[in-house]
Design a protein. Structure first.
Length: 189
């Protein structure tokens, strides 16, 4: 088996930028998006914010809502990890996460807190349907408890370690990848 892997690795090469067929920012703005809004509830780390922008670009998320103390572009520290994704991904700022959620509800979005609650749905058991917003909370305190009554449900990523939490940017990547893979199966049927 190792010989087969070694033989395969000898033939492997990285794809060139041309072979990756990346969209331009203008083309990105025009293509269909994953019908998802990422809501960042009082995120402190500028690097986490930039990373979420990059993830949103990678999976063609509709938009990011930046709320409360969450910094907004342009900012050098956000740009460091976003690598230009702040130019491709649409975003809005709200002083209050409640205001952002109420706007989303008025547009018929389903609202999901990414949080461990007594009624959480495990991510692998969640069935994605269109027009959803996912709230990701503060690095220390999580999603503000006052937002939970406004949510349709809470979703958690089951974990087996001692920390029982993930960095916000990692958590966003796991959730959005899961949603993207479900949506991709749906739209290609």
């Amino acid at each position: 088996m190792l010989d087969q892997i070694s033989n395969f690795a000898l033939k492997m090469r990285k794809l060139s930028m041309d072979e990756l067929n990346r969209l331009s920012v203008n083309d990105f703005k025009q293509v269909d998006k994953l019908p998802v809004i990422i809501v960042l509830d009082n995120i402190r780390s500028l690097h986490n914010i930039g990373s979420v922008f990059r993830t949103a670009d990678a999976f063609r998320v509709e938009a990011i809502y930046l709320c409360g103390i969450t910094a907004k572009p342009p900012h050098r520290e956000i740009h460091k990890t976003a690598l230009g994704a702040t130019e491709s991904v649409d975003w809005q700022y709200f002083e209050s996460t409640v205001d952002a959620v109420e706007q989303l509800q008025s547009k018929q979005y389903k609202i999901f807190a990414i949080e461990q609650t007594d009624q959480s749905i495990h991510l692998q058991d969640f069935d994605f349907t269109a027009k959803s917003a996912f709230i990701f909370g503060n690095e220390v305190t999580g999603v503000d408890e006052n937002l939970l009554p406004l949510c349709d449900a809470s979703i958690e990523i089951p974990q087996a370690g001692t920390k029982h939490s993930l960095n916000i940017s990692v958590c966003t990547g796991v959730v959005i990848w899961t949603i993207f893979s479900q949506w991709n199966k749906f739209v290609t049927k």
